[in-house]
Ligand binder design. Structure first.
Ligand code: KG4
Ligand code: ZN
Length: 337
């Protein structure tokens, strides 16, 4: 089965072609980061307009790279939520219309499910069941994945998502948008022993998380110790260490509580090198297998949408002609079809 995947939930336009026999045939992402950078965050209206401009030329290019003609496509998958409603509507309208024109089924995909399945694009794909640490710009969740379509959220952030905390703290430090990668880069030159940031909610039982306090802690540290370049790097390092230590501690606990034999990491913050290294250490200590998508499949992309689309179409799911998008969409509600 050959599936075209389209991602437009936020500020990345992603297109891919996945083939169940030959794997990923081609994928490309166009990042709008430069468009939103002057505003310090994503401007929804500008995001929608740019998806309109970029999507069809990108599709044309990816279809050529994948040597795929419309007649050989078996289905079209697009992100139906959660995300920015205008941005989602661009991908959904184009994806649904392409499927109509090509006379193949369409499938609206839950963006978080696609992130969770992204490690399966790798040659050494994890098997079910597994514990997933989903850390993106909009979500931070620990999810017990029993089987395809069976997602139980066992812990989540009660306020900011981990990526959001990276972005907001980066902005305090005067770093360019998107903040996560630039903060991680600055942290490399920081002194790990100068500041110690709290590890929120690790001193009490439970799997929920909270990251908004770390940003405030960064602000107070900045005010107290000045904002010279070295201090900023030291704050970035202490902040990153605190986020990583907190996530690792909660993963450790979640592995205890769920008894899962595997751990997968998904979402944009999953690209963070220090987080990946710390989780690998945890997995080794606990004798569980750890899986990560390659870095380009941690952040938003069309490949994970094409793959999730293939899995859902294969399971018999299909989206009707009167399609929908859902800016808010609880993962636990989606089931198998
Ligand atoms: O999954 P994603 O691409 O979009 C959402 O679905 O939200 O995640 C984007 C988030 C942003 O907050 C970005 O700053 C963060 O992932 N991020 C990182 C790194 N790369 C991306 N955070 C920390 N370290 C990184 N290397
Ligand atoms: Zn995402």
């Amino acid at each position: 089965m050959r599936v075209v995947g389209i991602e437009t939930s936020c500020d990345e336009t992603g297109v891919a072609v996945y083939d169940s026999r030959h794997g990923l045939l081609a994928h490309e992402v166009f990042s709008q980061a430069a468009i939103h950078a002057p505003y310090g965050g994503v401007v929804p209206e500008l995001a929608s307009r740019d998806h309109v401009r970029k999507l069809l030329p990108l599709l044309d290019r990816v279809m050529k790279q994948a040597k795929t003609l419309p007649a050989t496509v078996d289905g079209v998958a697009y992100t139906a939520g959660p995300g920015l409603v205008g941005a989602l509507l661009v991908g959904a309208a184009i994806g649904r219309s392409l499927a109509y024109a090509w006379n193949v089924p369409a499938i609206g995909i839950h963006h978080i499910e696609a992130h969770l399945l992204a490690p399966m694009l790798e040659p050494e794909a994890p098997r079910f069941p597994f514990l997933a640490l989903l850390v993106s710009g909009g979500h931070t969740q620990l999810i017990a994945v029993e089987a395809f379509g069976c997602y139980r959220i066992v812990g989540e952030s009660l306020d900011d998502a981990a990526g959001e905390a990276f972005d907001k703290t980066a902005s305090l430090l005067g770093l360019p948008y998107p903040g996560g990668p630039s903060l991680a880069k600055l942290a490399e030159s920081g002194n790990p022993n100068r500041f110690h940031f709290p590890r929120p909610m690790t001193d009490r039982p439970g799997l929920d998380l909270s990251f908004s306090g770390l940003k405030t802690h960064a602000l107070y540290t900045l005010r107290r110790h000045g904002s010279d370049a070295a201090t900023k790097a030291d704050i970035a390092r202490a902040f990153e260490e605190a986020v990583v230590a907190t996530l690792v501690k909660k993963c450790d606990r979640a592995l205890d509580e769920t008894g899962m034999p595997r751990l997968i990491v998904a979402g944009g913050v999953g690209a963070n090198r220090r987080l990946r290294a710390a989780l690998s250490q945890l997995a080794e200590r606990r004798q569980v297998l750890a899986y990560y998508p390659r870095v380009e499949f941690c952040t938003d992309n069309g490949a994970m949408i094409a793959y999730a689309g293939y899995r859902r179409l294969q399971a018999g799911a299909e989206t009707a002609l009167a399609f929908f998008v859902r800016p808010r969409w609880p993962l636990s509600s989606i089931g198998l079809s």
